[in-house]
Design a protein around this ligand. Structure first.
Ligand SMILES: Cc1cc2nc3c(=O)[nH]c(=O)nc-3n(C[C@H](O)[C@H](O)[C@H](O)COP(=O)(O)OP(=O)(O)OC[C@H]3O[C@@H](n4cnc5c(N)ncnc54)[C@H](O)[C@@H]3O)c2cc1C
Length: 452
């Protein structure tokens, strides 16, 4: 056996939140896992960017909110504090060519548009409540809802242009996909798994409520530190072989032999690994049918959060774009000032066709319109496009087009012999979010422990 060959009870492929949570759960129950991570770092879709002076800002997943109990508890256990997203002052709405200020999640619109949005939100939540979290494909009208896109449903519910545009921005920010890309059944299930429409889109009381002091990647870094030498970095897995009562994972010079494997990554990434023997058809075809969202996270760094003095929260919604949603992403001590702009779905794809300087110019122009001329001249501009990352592929999550959940849904979690599946996309709760990643890792670890 070569010096790089290791043995373990369980080999975990992927050192994001899901893989690390699985490994931690296994260790706590006395099993021995080895985590094999392709990158030279842990955290996957969470990544801290260094700002100097010991400060960081996140260029991947960052917020935590109510009912994400695992994540709050784990962070507390790891000594990581949270702080509220900056919300004081007014938000900005750019609708067509006009700027307006407002408070709360829903901007001031004409009453007809507001009524339509309210009805659509209520209807989405009530339809969602009829979709079982564990097996959404068994919902009473699953076939019917999986045959249409979210867009075709919204088109019937929303007649006014402004209502449609604003709900579309919310959809794109949640999935990095246009509503025309997403199955209605998938959308209902996903929203329900995160507690409903408001819970996904709200800042206070919703998924954007709090941030982590020291950045969200700290959660993974501290979990990995606790796992010590059980985490192997810089080891992209190219093949997984099942046989002789176990699993062997090949990652360049490294091989890990174990009784069971947990593959903790988004389904499409599994398609890049050679499975010997091949995976069951439903699982391998699922990997071909879950595309990534298109999502650009852009951060403009200023000497101070100047918009606060103008009575603005930094939160904005723009139908003009390309930054269609913005937030104040300043560190907890108030310096430097950071504006975060998301371009998602169609806007992200349009930006991706531009060169770097043009992209930066287009995003800053957006911020300039929303927050004034000072926004045009940041000290630093950071952009992260997860579709350019080999070991991710897009962001923030993978979604399903019509027909996929009813035809391939059960393959999300169904083990393939000794191979189990984790990753936020496989979670029943808070699918797509960091909380869902943790839940999926714990669920896969429990499955494995039952069978060891
Ligand atoms: C821009 C952006 C913003 C987001 N915002 C939020 C937010 O505010 N709040 C929130 O809760 N969630 C947010 N998310 C989503 C959140 O980041 C993810 O749900 C979560 O991090 C997923 O964790 P995971 O472990 O399931 O997958 P990942 O983090 O993708 O981990 C998979 C791991 O597998 C590794 N890997 C891939 N291929 C191989 C291979 N062949 N061999 C070995 N290792 C491999 C990868 O390198 C990675 O480390 C955001 C995501 C993005 C991209």
């Amino acid at each position: 056996m070569s010096a790089e060959a290791r043995e373990a009870d369980v080999v975990v492929v992927g050192g994001g939140l899901a893989g690390l949570a699985a490994a931690r759960a296994l260790v706590s129950r006395g099993a021995s896992p080895v985590v094999v991570e392709a990158r030279d770092r842990v955290g996957g879709r969470t990544l801290n960017e260094d700002l100097g002076d010991g400060k960081v800002v996140e260029i991947g997943g960052q917020w935590v909110g109510p009912t994400q109990d695992r994540l709050y508890a784990l962070a507390a256990e790891l000594g990581i504090e949270t702080f509220p997203t900056y919300l004081e002052g007014e938000n900005v709405l750019e609708l067509g060519g006009r700027l307006r200020r407002y408070r709360g999640t829903i901007p001031r619109l004409n009453p007809a548009a507001l009524v339509e949005i309210e009805l659509a939100r209520r209807r989405l939540d009530s339809l969602g409540r009829a979709v079982p979290l564990k097996e959404p494909w068994t919902a009473a009208r699953a076939d019917r809802f999986d045959r249409v896109t979210l867009e075709s449903w919204l088109r019937r519910m929303l007649r006014t242009g402004s209502a449609r545009q604003l709900v579309e921005i919310a959809v794109r920010t949640v999935w990095g996909a246009n509503s025309a890309d997403v199955s209605m059944l998938f959308a209902l299930w996903y929203m329900r798994s995160g507690g409903g429409f408001d819970s996904l889109v709200d800042t206070e009381g919703g998924a954007q409520q709090d941030r982590f002091v020291g950045g969200s990647q700290l959660v993974s870094l501290r979990m990995a530190a606790g796992l010590g030498e059980r985490v192997l970095l810089g080891a992209p897995v190219t093949a997984i072989e099942t046989g002789d009562g176990g699993v062997t994972v090949f990652a360049g010079a490294h091989t890990v032999r174990a009784r069971r494997a947990i593959v903790a990554m988004a389904p499409p990434l599994c398609d890049r690994i050679e499975f010997r023997p091949e995976l069951p058809p439903a699982r391998s075809q699922l990997a071909q049918r879950m595309p990534w969202g298109s999502y650009l996270k852009c951060l403009a760094v200023y000497d101070e959060p100047f918009w606060r003095a103008d009575g603005l929260s930094g939160e904005a919604v723009s139908t003009v774009g390309p930054a269609t949603t913005t937030f104040d992403n300043t560190p907890p001590d108030g310096s430097p000032g950071i504006l975060l702009g998301f371009a998602s779905g169609a806007e992200a794809r349009a930006l991706q066709r531009l060169g770097e300087a043009e992209r930066r110019g287009a995003v800053l122009e957006s911020l300039g319109r929303l927050f004034g001329a000072r926004a045009l001249k940041p000290e630093r501009f950071i952009e992260q496009d997860w579709s350019r990352e080999r070991y991710t592929g897009g962001g923030p999550v993978c979604f399903m087009a019509p027909g996929v959940l009813t035809s391939f849904g059960p393959a999300l979690r169904e083990p393939a012999g000794p191979i189990h599946w984790a990753g936020t996309e496989t979670s029943e709760v808070w699918s797509g979010y960091m909380e869902g990643a943790l839940a999926s890792g714990e669920r896969a670890a429990a499955e494995v422990l039952e069978r060891l």
